[in-house]
Design a protein around this ligand. Structure first.
Ligand SMILES: [Cu+2]
Length: 289
């Protein structure tokens, strides 16, 4: 006969393995609080964001465990016993309990707010950056202006045909933003048509792109490799095809990439005047002032 303790241990192991299996999560991902594995060390901000995320969950699980524990305890201890009839004693206006239920959530909200504000202030701090990039969102792709080198790349706007899907993340139709590793980067974000959102998944950060407004993000990529990017703001029927890749390379590779763009004739900057509204019937782009 198994002891109670052995049964409990087996149950815990089964439950943990099942949870890992069902969520498809590795030990590394569990450590990162189920954030993408590639996010570890991807930029100078990812550790801070991971800490905020994992710390918040740790607090919430602790509160959850206490709340569930008290509920189960009350259910068991105050269950209806054999022979009991009628309504149990109704208790209300318990001041200590009411105070507890007001003060604890207040402390939690203030705590989450304070840590979030602290980390946002650090991440949003403008930095005099080595590399300046302008990213323009458009339905449904991206233009990348490499401001310092005065070159650009332009994503092809996807047209929804009903069958169009990208086979892989390395599909050449997906535009690529190339960045040098360990160099501070400032990205200016704007849009030509509707609101989009610039999101590099593994960088754990995204920011909206508004027509007629400039937003900025500052970070230093600290790991070479390919990272998935996508639009994170529903922007029309082909929103889901509005993908891009970020390729973080060595400084030398970055320099030669920019030289190649210039050699291909992709010099200058793509402006906001390329807005597709100028192609609407009746509009004559040449006649615009
Ligand atoms: Cu979009």
């Amino acid at each position: 006969m198994l002891s109670k303790r052995a049964i409990r241990r087996v149950a815990a192991t089964v439950f943990a393995s099942l949870a890992m299996f069902l969520t498809g999560c590795s030990a590394k991902q569990a450590e990162l609080g189920l954030l993408p594995e590639k996010s570890e060390g991807a930029t100078n901000h990812t550790q801070r964001i991971t800490d905020l995320w994992v710390g918040s969950w740790a607090v919430l699980w602790a509160i959850g465990a206490i709340a569930w524990g008290l509920m189960i305890w009350a259910i068991i201890v105050y269950r209806r016993r054999k022979g009991e009839t009628g309504m149990p004693a109704q208790i209300r206006y318990n001041n200590p309990i009411e105070t507890l239920f007001t003060v604890v959530p207040l402390i939690l909200v203030i705590g989450f707010f304070a840590f979030t504000a602290r980390d946002m202030a650090a991440i949003e701090q403008p930095v005099q950056s080595d590399v300046n990039i302008q990213v323009i969102g458009k339905q449904w792709s991206w233009d990348f202006n490499y401001v310092d080198a005065n070159v650009y790349t332009s994503g092809i706007q996807s047209q929804f045909t009903g069958t169009e899907t990208y086979k892989t993340r390395q599909d050449p139709a997906i535009p690529v933003l190339v960045l040098p590793v360990n160099k501070s980067v400032e990205i200016e974000l704007t849009s030509r048509d509707v609101i989009h959102s610039f999101w590099v998944v593994d960088f754990l950060y995204k920011k909206d792109m508004f027509p007629g407004r400039l937003n900025h993000i500052y970070f230093t990529p600290t790991k070479e490799g390919w990272f998935s990017g996508k639009c994170a703001e529903l922007c029309g029927e082909s929103h889901s095809l509005m993908l891009f890749n970020v390729h973080v390379v060595s400084e030398a590779e970055y320099a030669s990439y920019l030289t190649d763009l210039a050699a291909k004739g992709q010099t200058g900057q793509l402006g906001l005047d390329l807005v597709r509204n100028s192609n609407l019937p009746g509009d004559n782009p040449g006649a615009q002032e």
